[in-house]
Design a protein around this ligand. Structure first.
Ligand code: GTP
Ligand code: MG
Length: 194
């Protein structure tokens, strides 16, 4: 699952890493997007990699569409037999709630669930103030935290974000990256796949 606030760069990160992800070990990948955001996932681009894009009606898959996520998952599992499913929930989704929802899934076995949280390096200071609680909930759920848009900030800003995350008492792996420039994406892929 690739989660994070609106506009943090989830879709861009998926698009920038998908080729590496497929090369790494996954042959058949399904992407479940809950909402087509600022950057859409172009069906034709995905076809090039033999991917399938499943769009779910907008809404929050962590709550109202909980069963729809499970239905969608079962449909793709049975119909497509993917090696990897990437879920991009809406920016407001609570990844922990989605994780709980996934525990109710009773289709073909899921295997490992990993959660990558993307934070926007530019907006982090504002979000940390205005949305401290949901931010903490997201970060707490993460197996890896990606500080995205490295190209837009200086080293000091990145250090201060890292420090702020550590002050929440989290020891989670943190990777600064740029989805648009391609910085540190090998590390991102390794951490996302586990
Ligand atoms: N400078 C910079 N811009 C980025 C980077 N990654 C994404 N963006 C831009 O940030 C904006 C949002 O990117 P998206 O990939 O749509 O973000 P998202 O998290 O999928 O957004 P929603 O699905 O709407 O929540 C776009 O204008 C991207 O081009 C990055 O590494 N650097
Ligand atoms: Mg998106």
């Amino acid at each position: 699952m690739i989660s994070g606030f609106l506009g943090s760069g989830k879709t861009t990160m998926v698009l920038s890493t998908i080729e590496r992800i497929i090369q790494k070990k996954h042959k058949k990948v399904v992407i479940i997007v809950n909402d087509f955001g600022q950057v859409g996932i172009d069906g034709k681009v995905m076809e090039k990699f033999g991917l399938k894009v499943t769009e779910m009606p907008s809404g929050c898959i962590c709550c109202t569409l909980g069963t729809d996520l499970l239905t969608t998952l079962r449909d793709v599992a049975e119909g497509f037999k993917p090696d990897l499913v990437i879920i991009e929930p809406t920016g407001v989704a609570d990844p922990e709630a989605i994780h709980e929802t996934l525990k109710l899934y009773n289709g073909p076995p899921i295997g490992t669930v990993r959660i990558a949280i993307i934070v926007d390096a530019v907006r982090y200071p504002v979000i940390a103030k205005a949305l401290a609680r949901p931010l903490k909930n997201q970060l707490k759920a993460a197996d890896v935290i990606i500080i995205n848009k490295l190209d837009e900030v200086d080293e000091l800003a990145v250090k201060s974000i890292e420090q702020s995350i550590r002050e929440l008492g989290l020891q989670t792996k943190i990777i600064p990256a740029s989805a648009t420039l391609g910085t540190n994406l090998d590390q991102v892929v390794d951490a996302m796949l586990g």
